[in-house]
Design a protein around this ligand. Structure first.
Ligand code: ATP
Ligand code: MG
Length: 512
């Protein structure tokens, strides 16, 4: 009877169970791996032979056949090294035949038999628990991320020799201790709003954006403080809930971006993107799909500085994920769906010279140049931005003042109160759906937001006057709802609509 070890294959964001069957038959010494393994799976033969020999065990000499089932699922990565090695040791009676009952194994072997850190351990452990395994063997270096999941025994193996002795019952490896991360939050290490002088309007707009997870565009002349404001946005964001933190950490684990001692990512990610970034790096891809920047910004912020310097095609890639909260990446090997629910912060100059709309400095752009510059920003992308805010150059007495504005800590508390109200409002619907005004489906917002008659009249007048799109109509309602939540108002009142309308200036009339 062949030995059977269970492992896991990760494709995109999805885990699948893999059965590693190992058989040793009479015949010339050889090893064959079947079951659609890629080059890294085929190369594992060499690593496994050396690792077994260097761990004090015997590498079986006869004809060895390894089958990775299901046979129609493409397997990639070196994580099958460990289950194959264990299968060979079991089949050659060097390990008890029942030592892997109800246990999964993942890990890459070095030639000396050490277990190397691999990406995707957190989703693998979570999946093993979900499908009913009682234990999982992982590389010791991945222990931190695995410590988040309770209800499954996680065995952290430093090397094959130690693991062999554990499975023979000689020296037991202690299970990874489950840590309680429920309350952990490290304050964001960034600029704070109190360090930035003036810009009360922009700070208010950013607070609304944080409270309702609305996309925001900051535009204004060079050096006025747009980048500074955007980078301080992190300081007013609430910590991630435990479920959100696990989702974010899973993405970073799959992308191989968790450091050895990083267990759970508790603060919302902030991903500043350079304008030379390619579409693939932004949305994800590769022959085996990897999460892109928009997924790494899940539950956090994607910051596009100098927005109009980006390629138009790159920006257009953001349209679908901004709407759906996820991205589907299709490659020959299959389609992967990654979560991508992020707040977009964009910053730009209003024109090529930067001074269009400045009350003092004259803009020197010709109308054609102005149009060419603006053309890069597609209408549909602009339509998905809920708040637009002009960041002016500050007069001397403002920039020179010593007293700061309201501290980030206070604004963060306000944001947290508004988020709690939204969570209560939207938590009766779909279990894992969005819980903020900015991310809720447009079909939901009109039903759930409660607008006073007077406020509705004001919205209608504005709609008729400015010829808003259907999306803009919903966006105004969503922003008004957030402003009302920040004041703990049950209904959207005219002043909330009026303020929301202020954040929809026509881009051309920057300074009006
Ligand atoms: N309101 C402010 N309070 C404190 N410092 C400021 C303020 N505005 C600008 N600065 C200073 O000016 C520098 C430039 O600001 P920032 O990079 O945010 O400008 P910007 O609007 O992004 O310019 P650009 O359009 O050229 O990118 C900051 O690093 C900061 O030192
Ligand atoms: Mg800047």
């Amino acid at each position: 009877m062949p030995s059977k070890i269970f492992s896991v294959s990760i494709f995109g964001f999805e885990c699948r169970r893999v059965e590693v069957e190992v058989d040793i038959l009479n015949g010339l010494a050889s090893i064959t791996i079947v079951g659609l393994g890629d080059a890294s799976v085929q190369e594992s033969k060499e690593r496994i032979r050396s690792a077994i020999k260097n761990s004090g065990a015997e590498y079986p000499r006869r004809k060895k056949t390894i089958n990775l089932a299901p046979a129609d699922l493409k397997k990639h990565g070196p994580m099958f090294d460990l289950p194959i090695a264990l299968g060979l040791l079991m089949q050659s009676s060097q390990l008890p035949s029942n030592c892997m009952d109800n246990t999964m194994a993942v890990g890459e072997l070095s030639l000396s038999g050490e277990l190397r850190r691999i990406p995707g351990v957190l989703p693998a452990v979570s999946y093993a628990k979900q499908i009913g395994f009682s234990s999982i063997i992982i590389p010791e270096e991945n222990s931190a991320e695995a410590s988040i999941i309770s209800g499954i025994n996680v065995i952290p193996a430093p090397d094959l020799a130690t693991l062999i002795s554990h499975l023979r019952g000689e020296h037991k490896i202690p299970f990874v201790k489950t840590e309680n991360y429920g309350e952990t939050f490290t304050p964001a290490d960034c600029w704070h709003f109190e360090d930035i002088r003036g810009h009360e309007n922009s700070k208010r707009a950013l607070t609304i954006a944080a409270a309702g997870q609305h996309n925001i565009l900051l535009f204004g002349p060079p050096g006025s403080g747009k980048t500074l404001l955007a980078r301080s946005f992190r300081s007013i964001l609430p910590p991630l809930s435990f479920e959100e933190a696990i989702e974010v950490t899973k993405i970073y684990s799959i992308a191989g971006r968790l450091s050895t001692n990083e267990a759970l990512i508790c603060s919302p990610p902030f991903r500043p993107i350079h304008h030379t970034a390619s579409a693939v790096s932004l949305v994800g891809g590769g022959s085996i799909p990897r999460p892109g920047e928009i997924s790494l910004a899940h539950h956090g912020v994607l910051f596009l500085d100098e927005l109009l310097e980006f390629q138009r095609g790159t920006l257009d890639c953001l349209r679908q994920p901004l709407e759906d909260g996820h991205i589907s990446v299709t490659r020959i090997a299959g389609t992967s769906k990654f979560p991508a629910q992020f707040t977009l912060i964009a910053a730009t100059n209003p024109c090529a010279c930067g001074y269009f709309g400045d009350p003092v400095k004259a803009c020197i752009c010709t109308p054609t140049r102005l149009e060419q510059y603006r053309k890069k920003l597609s209408g549909p992308l602009l339509d998905r931005i809920d708040l637009m805010c002009y960041v002016p150059r500050l007069p001397f007495d403002k920039i020179n003042q010593l007293v700061g504005s309201e501290p980030s800590e206070l604004l963060q508390k306000r944001v947290m109160v508004a988020r709690q109200l939204q969570r209560e409002r939207y938590s009766d619907g779909e279990k894992s759906g969005p819980r903020t005004n900015g991310k809720i489906a447009s079909t939901e917002i009109r039903k759930r937001c409660g607008v006073s008659d007077e406020a509705m009249r004001l919205l209608k007048d504005a709609f008729l006057k400015f010829h808003y799109s259907g999306r803009a109509y919903h966006s105004i309602l969503k922003v008004s709802r957030t402003i009302a939540d920040m004041e703990n108002s049950k209904e959207i009142l005219p002043q909330h609509i009026a303020e929301a309308l202020q954040y929809r200036p026509r881009f051309e009339n920057a300074n009006e």
